[in-house]
Ligand binder design. Structure first.
Ligand SMILES: *Cc1c(COP(=O)(O)O)cnc(C)c1O
Length: 462
């Protein structure tokens, strides 16, 4: 399997190359040159298989021989067997006659990002083992990515991880999930600044090519293709459990950077019978506006009750644009430079029609998020986290468009966002057992000024 850049000017790489590179050097995102297609019979043959078994069949063509079959099988059993707290890995809860929730928060850090990052950490190990090459992970986090990445990389011999968070601006649970991990290869940095400052500093380090090459800098944000790939699997397992390939299903996906729902789009292209893909957003609704008019324009970020979806632009949307523009990298590059210079661009009529053929989009504001948490709790006692509530609300709005049956991705455990739940229902959701003592554990982190030289010196001597 070969991977090409959406902007057409970067080196073509294999799976190992894209996993260790992250962002393409032409500024684009890597994408498979061709998408493997599964026949109905092939999909039927996956019925009744376990999560790691389905994962093996779905992932194998994308890995394209970079990992031996037996090693890949062992890696997937280890990832989805031992690190998740439920025997089904991604269990389904029925909410109504044609309505399901897919619980993606049974991993170690209580958000769906564990599905991709737990596997990515093992790929890093596999691809660096036996060599004397150490890689350096540098990331910025406003919450869920940081804890999932640290948990995935802790204790790995050839991996060092440095994670920046804006000092005083992440929730206590989110900070403690990162800072209470005590390992030599993990450095938490509380930066004097905002999340945007953290991200700008990380970007500056990646653009410093001499530094980038000297420390083998690697990215773990959702532009890393391996993350998207890992997320394709649960679209298959959940669709199979409601009757695929003999029954069409729709998905509603709480969306920020568009990585998760893009994985659903790939599943559909592989042949999984998906009817509609519903983009569920909070009031940061650039995608909802784009679906209405074709105009993709950024206009600042609002802080909401669903902070993991508070984004200005959706970085993975570039991968979809590549397809909408008939896989023409020049068109993508020209849109992206308009995004830089004019804060936005407008899709052509054909491109917009292609977008509408698979996707719907709904915006759910904070008031409607709280209302959904409340009505579901009153009806069933089930506590939704605010991100999942947005997904379910969007699914219900869309049911009138015949998006049935519909599976909503529940992307986080409610205890991770307990203050929104308290606000909605006056109940504090409990942390699962393995984290019950989170607030008693000792924190480890370094405070740092917003200064690139100081950060680079820290990384060099660590
Ligand atoms: C990251 C995240 C999202 C958004 O996922 P994208 O792949 O960025 O669209 C939604 N919900 C939660 C809880 C998250 O952590």
């Amino acid at each position: 399997m070969k991977y090409i850049s959406t902007r057409g000017k970067a080196e073509i790489l294999d799976f190992k190359g894209v996993t260790l590179t992250g962002l393409a050097r032409d500024g684009g995102l890597y994408i498979p040159e061709t998408i493997p297609e599964f026949s109905e019979d092939k999909i039927r043959s996956l019925q009744g298989k376990s999560y790691p078994e389905v994962a093996f069949e779905v992932i194998k063509p994308f890995v394209g021989g970079c990992v031996a079959d037996d090693d890949l099988k062992a890696m997937l059993h280890d990832t989805y067997g031992s690190s998740f707290r439920h025997d089904a890995t991604a269990p389904m809860i029925q909410m109504g006659p044609n309505e399901w929730l897919l619980e993606l928060f049974q991993g170690p850090t209580l958000a769906f990002k564990d599905f991709a990052l737990q596997l990515l950490g093992r790929f890093f190990d596999y691809f660096t083992n036996g060599s004397d090459k150490k890689i350096t992970i540098l990331g910025a986090t406003s919450g869920d990515t940081g804890s999932a990445a640290i948990e995935a990389c802790r204790g790995r011999d050839n991996v060092r991880i440095f994670m920046l968070h804006p000092k005083g601006r992440v929730s206590d649970v989110q900070r403690r999930q990162m800072t209470t991990i005590n390992e030599d290869n993990v450095t938490n940095i509380a930066l004097d600044g905002t999340f945007d400052d953290c991200q700008a500093l990380v970007k500056a380090c990646f653009n410093d090519l001499e530094f980038r090459d000297a420390v083998n800098l690697t990215a773990v944000n959702s532009i890393n293709w391996a993350r998207v790939m890992a997320q394709i699997v649960y679209y298959f397992t959940s669709a199979l459990s409601v009757g695929a390939p003999d029954r069409m299903v729709s998905f509603s996906v709480p969306t920020g950077n568009f990585g998760d729902i893009f994985a659903g789009y790939i599943a559909k292209k592989m042949g999984l019978p998906i009817n509609r893909l519903i983009i569920a957003t909070n009031s940061n609704d650039i995608l909802v506006r784009a679906l209405k008019t074709g105009a993709y324009h950024q206009n600042g970020v609002n802080a909401t009750l669903s902070p993991s979806m508070d984004i200005q632009i959706s970085s993975n949307f570039e991968r979809l644009i590549f397809d909408l523009a008939d896989r023409n990298p020049h068109q993508v590059a020209s849109y992206m430079s308009e995004l830089q210079s004019e804060n936005g661009f407008t899709l052509s009529g054909d491109e917009l029609a292609r977008l509408h053929s698979s996707f719907d989009a709904f915006k759910v504001d904070d008031a409607a998020t709280l209302e959904t948490i409340r009505t579901v709790y009153e009806r069933s006692g089930y506590i939704l986290d605010p991100h999942s509530a947005i997904g379910l609300k969007a699914a219900r709005e869309c049911a009138s468009l015949n998006a049935k049956p519909c599976i909503t991705l529940a992307t986080a455990h409610p205890a991770k966002f307990s203050s929104a739940c308290e606000q909605a229902i006056g109940v504090t959701p409990e942390l699962p057992g393995h984290m019950a003592d989170l607030f008693e554990r000792k924190e480890h982190y370094i405070s740092l000024d917003n200064d690139k030289d100081m950060l680079q010196r820290l990384i060099n001597v660590a």
